[in-house]
Design a binder for this molecule. Structure first.
Ligand code: PRX
Length: 643
């Protein structure tokens, strides 16, 4: 498919869409650009409940922004209480566990669960301003945990269940959390993922944690530390479900989500309440064209930002019915997702290119056995979607009828910044198309000057938007340096992009040392730091290597300490396991390559560019005059041919 392939919205889709023409989209953008205060105030008033209105809409002291200054609101109130009058008996969550167990929670039931559990938290002494870690499988209790914290103003940080005890520990410590919400375990490909064991391991070095509340999921054997650990169901028994939502400042910290940066230390991205909620609920309508009858399914894990914004806060604030599935797409067979879609009559599916590529590989017969005719819109997130994956998703899953919204955003942006409004914008496979209203995106060179159409440059956002990162938890200097120093006062995304002659934006990938593995962000430095903690490793350099399914895979170049005389095959296995132990299974390297020395500049900086070239093309070109030892590079490049 060429870059010029254009898929205009089908008239029957446009007719019913929230934004139904290019002119309507342009009118929204014009209003948001020219009168941002009026535009966002209108959105906030229409989409959310406020206990008290703001004094002014935003305050911008670069790099710090505040939205709906002086207002009082509550994210959980907006996701639950607000719907009780009109949607109390509407399903909020259609849950399916991997073993096949199912549960439906209506808005009334979810409200009641959240109020009860918030009362449990209150009785344990938790209050606004405290911090909680949530380390749970994809079960409704995870949503209850998030919303209960939000109801009280306890700032939560969800740690993806695939992270190791080490990674969990670092996050608990950085956040000074006093509460951990977890489960005995979860189900993944028929095996128990033992979460409570990891919590026990992490808490050996976290004396600040006073309470651990454990939801029972797998009924596996776990250790409970007296005084500290409690069963969720025991604490909850007999507790009242009357728990008024706390009136919180619009800028109250809703959550911190850790993500990889360019150093070995993950960054705690802080999002607050009023602006974040306004933006995520707005994009539910603009991008997903959400309607009252939709059955919406985002297949992400709540441990990532996609889960926060588009499983929990966005859809629930918009009053949607959401499918939630605990397990793997291939368990017990590769048609699990298609079964769920057919049974629940899912209308909107939001997933990642990695998942799509993995599903393509299994052949069309899996989806073709099921009735997917309920689908009306498809979404993609996390990484660029290649044209072949786009075409399959469109033809085999969407039967040529469903628009695909390719959504570009980041943990830091809180919500979708670039994506088509499906009733208004003609799609180009692989392009995120145009920015959301009020999002002033541009493509610039090193000096911040816009580049010509068709040229590559850095993607920047010129004006703050409501769900923008507020700071890095505990590190405002790093926040400023990371996002606002390249061009002072302007948000630097870290992605390269290109705008074509029709104004469409094409995201080209990261310009820093961040890899994207299965749509998950991973820093090369984080993996390198893990590797050099291994007793056999002297030095390590890590690069992303193109991968057919996961987009990128982790490839490590390792030099060993002098006295290490281990069998390389066994050691490579050991190092893979080590990285999984230090970070999490999803970071397990695909390839370990041993080398005598790493290519470095004269100042000692590892030249990852060369290593990237080696793993991508198996050749080295470009400027190597700053290399300390050219022989090293040629040897590494040649090694491939010998393998
Ligand atoms: O490089 C971009 C890529 O994922 C990065 C953000 O990763 P993370 O914070 O983990 O959030 C992922 C889910 C929102 C971006 O800097 N990325 C995300 N979406 C797309 C994308 N690259 C191309 N196209 C996308 N649709």
């Amino acid at each position: 498919m060429s870059e010029n392939a254009l898929f205009a919205p089908l008239p029957e889709f446009s007719r019913q869409a929230h934004v139904s023409s290019l002119d309507a989209y342009r009118a929204l953008c014009a209003k948001a650009e020219q009168e941002p205060e009026a535009f966002w105030a209108e959105q906030a008033e229409r989409e959310l409940h406020w206990f008290e209105k703001w004094n002014h809409v935003f305050e911008w002291n670069p790099p710090f922004v505040k939205w709906f200054v002086g207002a009082k609101t509550n994210a959980a109130y907006n996701c639950l209480d607000r719907h009780l009058e009109t949607r109390a008996d509407k399903p909020a969550i259609l849950f399916e566990g991997e073993p096949g167990d199912r549960r439906t929670l209506t808005y009334r039931q979810l409200h009641s669960e959240v109020c009860r559990f918030a009362n449990v938290l209150k009785s344990r002494g938790l209050k606004a301003g405290d911090r909680a870690i949530i380390y749970m499988p994809m079960i409704p209790e995870a949503v209850v945990a998030m919303l209960s914290c939000a109801r009280l103003g306890v700032t939560h940080s969800v740690v993806f269940g695939g992270f190791s005890a080490e990674a969990l520990k670092a996050r608990i410590q950085d956040l000074d959390a006093t509460l951990v919400l977890t489960a005995d375990g979860g189900w993944r490909r028929g095996k128990e993922v033992r979460l409570k064991d990891a919590v026990d391991e992490a808490l050996k070095d976290c004396p600040g944690v006073k309470n651990v509340i454990v939801a029972q999921r797998t009924k596996g054997q776990v250790n409970m530390t007296a005084g500290r650990d409690h069963w969720w169901h025991e604490l909850e028994a007999g507790v009242s479900d009357d728990c008024p939502a706390v009136h919180l400042d619009s800028e109250h910290p809703l959550f911190v989500l850790y993500t990889s940066g360019t150093t070995g230390k993950p960054k705690g991205i802080l999002h607050t309440t009023g602006g974040y909620m306004t933006f995520v609920v707005s994009t539910m309508k603009w991008v997903f064209d959400l309607k009252e009858d939709d059955v919406y399914w985002c297949s992400a894990d709540i441990g990532w930002v996609t889960g926060h914004s588009y499983i929990v806060y966005g859809p629930l604030a918009a009053g949607a019915t959401c499918v939630m599935y605990e397990g793997a797409p291939d368990y017990p067979a590769w048609d699990r997702w298609w079964q769920i879609i057919a049974r629940e009559k899912v209308t909107i599916l939001y997933t990642s290119p990695t998942a799509i590529r993995a599903l393509i590989k299994q052949g069309d017969s899996w989806p073709n056995q099921h009735d997917l005719s309920s689908l009306r819109l498809l979404g993609s997130v996390g990484e660029p979607i290649n044209p072949a994956a786009w075409e399959w998703y469109h033809r085999v899953i969407g039967k040529g009828r469903c628009p695909i919204v390719d959504t570009w955003w980041q943990t830091e942006t809180g919500g979708i910044l670039i994506a088509p409004m499906p009733g208004a914008i003609a799609l180009k496979p692989g392009s995120g198309t145009f920015p959301m209203p009020g999002v002033l995106a541009d493509v610039v060179d090193f000096s911040g000057s816009p580049v010509n159409d068709g040229a590559e440059g850095f993607l920047i956002i010129k004006r703050p938007w409501p769900s923008m990162i507020r700071t890095i938890w505990g590190d405002p200097q790093r926040f400023e340096q990371q996002y606002f120093s390249r061009i002072p006062g302007i948000y630097f995304t870290g992605d390269a992009a290109r705008r074509d002659k029709d104004g469409y934006l094409w995201i080209l990938g990261r310009v820093d040392d961040v890899m994207n593995v299965s749509g998950h962000r991973l820093s090369t430095m984080e993996v390198e730091s893990a590797l050099v903690r291994h007793p056999a490793v002297a030095e390590a350099a890590v690069v992303g290597k193109p991968h057919e399914i996961t987009g990128q895979a982790v490839c490590c170049f390792v030099t060993l300490k002098k006295d290490v005389s281990s069998n390389h095959h066994d050691l490579a296995q050991d190092l893979r396991k080590w990285v999984a132990h230090e970070i999490g299974a999803f970071a397990r390297p695909e390839e370990i390559r041993f080398t005598e020395a790493l290519p470095k500049t004269r100042s000692g900086k590892i030249m990852r560019r060369l290593l990237r070239e080696i793993v991508t093309s198996h050749t080295v070109t470009g400027d190597v005059t700053t290399l300390e030892d050219l022989g090293v590079v040629t040897k590494l490049a040649a090694q491939h041919d010998e393998d």
